[in-house]
Design a protein around this ligand. Structure first.
Ligand code: ZN
Length: 132
């Protein structure tokens, strides 16, 4: 019974971590695409102002500076979001284990009682017969 509960909670942890990370990651991705769109808009704005000042012969350095600062900030935010996503992947690997036998490993069946065992088990978890 203990092993059932153990494997159940391990399964739930996997689902929780994956769901959480998936949600966090899509939040990051949405935010990044919003930022990228804002950067494009700001660059268009920048182009308008530059063209306007070329046309009129008067340059508005302050407006240009402000927009360029905004663009820089948004690029920095994108970098931050990317780092958060990297961290998510790393923490997921740490929680769930990088080895393939933790959750996704192949199962083998006991020849004696038919119980399902992880492929790295040397003995059947149910009847104790040597596996493999
Ligand atoms: Zn067995």
């Amino acid at each position: 019974m203990a092993s059932f509960r153990e494997s159940l909670s391990k399964g739930l942890t996997t689902i929780n971590v994956k769901t959480n990370n998936f949600m966090e990651e899509s939040k990051c991705k949405t935010y990044i695409s919003t930022l990228e769109k804002e950067i494009r808009d700001l660059k268009l704005n920048l182009g308008d102002i530059m063209y306007g000042s070329w046309l009129s012969g008067e340059s508005d350095e302050t407006a240009l500076q402000t927009i360029m600062e905004q663009i820089k900030q948004k690029y920095e935010e994108i970098e931050q979001q990317k780092k958060i996503m990297e961290q998510l992947t790393i923490s997921e690997q740490q929680i769930l284990g990088t080895g393939s036998n933790v959750q996704t490993g192949a199962m083998i069946y006991c020849a004696q009682c038919g119980a399902q065992n992880a492929s790295n088990y040397k003995f059947c978890c149910k009847c104790g017969k040597a596996l493999g």
